[in-house]
Design a protein around this ligand. Structure first.
Ligand SMILES: [Zn+2]
Length: 262
């Protein structure tokens, strides 16, 4: 008996030297919903629908130039605070939707700290997670994020997230638009065998950026499909229950040659 346990332990070490990255097994049908850029429809359309379905989500907010003050186009901070109060995650997408691959460390920190300070002054849960505006990133930015103790950073790449091989600052995702329903349905099917599907959405609808528009009807279809098929739909920070990001950062070498843009 003891011998069997020892053999199993040794086998486990051999096969899963990285096993401690996972705090618990990744279930099939685990899906992360993320919403970028703070368009007004995320408050008026998305949040109420998510509540109806009991789904979690992450909202990567910024003050999108030049029209962020126009409340017909973008959420205001009162509405962003309401998302936090509703239990959704508010996370960092920089102050000005900056291409962070072109910034110095001090410029990068200023972009992040504007959002952090805004959250602090309004009593919003401190942001721990980041999404790269326009999928701009490089090796320096990964170091900057680590120094600021961020946990996850979401990129693109149109492939599933494997917590044992993808660095926590290079989380891949698929982006929805009005015309890629079959691609997104296939993406949902990839949430199995230890992999997690992460979706990037923008406005529902998106008035300012029609190329990333998701019509309300299509969004509702996705939510209904996820509900009918018993998906667990969560925010990015909910993955901390499954993934030890410190361990992952120690053991996984960031691979910047993988597809990282949508
Ligand atoms: Zn964005």
């Amino acid at each position: 008996m003891i011998k069997n346990i020892l053999v199993l332990f040794a086998l486990n070490l051999f096969l899963f030297g990285h096993a401690q990255i996972l705090k618990k097994e990744i279930p099939d049908k685990l899906l992360v919903l993320t919403f970028d850029d703070a368009p007004a429809s995320q408050y008026s359309v998305v949040a109420p629908l998510l509540k109806e379905y009991g789904f979690g989500a992450t909202f990567f907010v910024c003050e999108f130039p030049p029209n962020y003050k126009d409340s017909t186009l973008y959420m205001n901070w009162r509405q962003i605070k309401a998302l936090d109060k509703m239990g959704f995650e508010v996370a960092n997408h920089t102050h000005t939707h900056a291409n962070v691959s072109k910034l110095s460390q001090s410029q990068f920190n200023a972009e992040l700290e504007y959002i952090e300070n805004k959250c602090d002054s309004l009593g919003i849960t401190p942001p721990q997670n980041f999404a790269y505006p326009g999928y701009g990133l490089n090796a320096d930015v990964l170091k900057f994020l680590e120094e600021k103790s961020y946990r996850f950073a979401r990129a693109g790449g149109s492939r599933a997230y494997d917590p044992l091989t993808d660095h926590p600052f290079l989380i891949p995702s698929w982006a929805t638009n009005a015309g890629n329903k079959s691609e997104i349905n296939a993406a949902m099917g990839e949430a199995k065998n230890g992999k997690i599907t992460v979706l990037t959405l923008h406005g529902v609808p998106d008035v300012e950026h029609p190329w990333v528009n998701t019509p309300r009807k299509l969004f509702k279809e996705y939510l209904q499909y996820l509900s009918d098929h018993d998906f667990k739909v969560v925010s990015l920070r909910d993955l901390l229950a499954y993934i030890d990001t410190e361990e992952a950062m120690k053991t996984i070498v960031p691979n910047l040659t993988m597809p990282l843009k949508n």
